[in-house]
Ligand binder design. Structure first.
Ligand SMILES: [Zn+2]
Length: 308
């Protein structure tokens, strides 16, 4: 049985025609939707998840519930879902992680992945690039609050960042080497985050910016655009190799100017960032130790404008 969506399925049919016993088209990741799919779809030996994050997660849910075999064929490298053991579902519009399953095989088909828009494939690298700001906040939290810190894992994370930097042009061009780089870095990151127990090594204040803008606008964005913007802004607040980070994001093709958010929305999100973070009870970061002033925001927005 195949689990897919219209676009990846038709692209794959053009490249590698295939007739499964049954094909299920994914609509959304609400828990009610995936539970109904699992209960009503016909029995099968193997579930093949072919597509982006939702297709992969739906396939994982069905195979996990049924205890059957699963093969994943990502059509885009925008998320780490094919490499993780958990399933991201939406419960009351909030993401929750359930289940525990790895694919029997993960097929990385360069031809298929290269059919997806380049900017969506490049955007996947944001969760590797975020190690730069994430590590800063993690160390800061350790120094100021005594939060658990692991020097060895921090070193492994930093090596991933170096690897991304070294292969930036391949990632930008979505070459086989670029695709392999991102998939392999996802694999390493997922592994050391699981060993540590959470995503502290790669998730810092740049993700707080991303969540704040989503919360404020109630719109859906490309994750890489928001995280890229978050890295742009928080490296300034952290005084943490801002120019290097911007240069790297440019070479990867992360759209850190976040074209789908207005400058007023970014302004509003920054003004209320600390309050948002406190209300949402998010982790300790630079947002707790340096206040975001009007002058900081004006300066950052002016510099962002120059780079557009
Ligand atoms: Zn992320």
């Amino acid at each position: 049985m195949a689990v897919s969506m219209e676009i990846p399925w038709s692209v794959n049919q053009r490249l590698t025609p295939w007739t499964p016993d049954h094909i299920h088209m994914v609509t959304n990741m609400d828990i009610e939707t995936v539970e109904e799919a699992e209960e009503t779809l016909p029995p099968c030996d193997v579930v093949v998840g072919l597509g982006g994050g939702s297709c992969v997660d739906t396939a994982k849910f069905i195979a996990w519930k049924r205890g059957c075999r699963m093969v994943l064929v990502p059509s885009i490298i925008s998320v780490d879902a094919p490499l993780t053991n958990t399933v991201a579902v939406r419960v009351d519009k909030k993401v929750q992680y359930i289940g525990d399953i790895y694919p029997e095989e993960l097929i990385v088909d360069y031809d298929l992945i290269q059919q997806a828009p380049k900017e969506l494939n490049r955007a996947g690298a944001c969760d590797i690039a975020s190690i730069h700001t994430g590590l800063f906040d993690w160390k800061l939290a350790h120094d100021r609050t005594g939060e658990r810190y692991d020097e060895g894992i921090a070193r492994e994370a930093r090596e991933c960042l170096v690897e991304l930097d070294r292969n930036a042009s391949e990632v930008y061009d979505v070459t086989p080497k670029g695709i392999d780089t991102v998939v392999d870095l996802f694999r390493r990151e997922v592994e050391f985050c699981a060993r540590f127990g959470n995503s502290r090594p790669e998730e810092g204040s740049e993700h707080i910016v991303a969540y704040a803008i989503e919360h404020l606008t109630r719109r859906h964005f490309i994750h890489g655009d928001l995280v890229g913007l978050g890295i742009f802004l928080m490296t300034r607040l952290q005084n943490n190799d801002h120019n290097w980070a911007v240069d790297m994001m440019t070479r990867i093709g992360l759209r850190y100017t976040c074209p789908d958010a207005s400058r007023d929305e970014i302004h509003a999100a920054l003004t209320s960032l600390k309050r948002f973070k406190d209300d949402a009870n998010l982790f300790f970061s630079i947002v707790d130790t340096v206040s975001i002033t009007e002058a900081f925001i004006k300066d950052a927005l002016r510099s962002l404008l120059e780079l557009e």
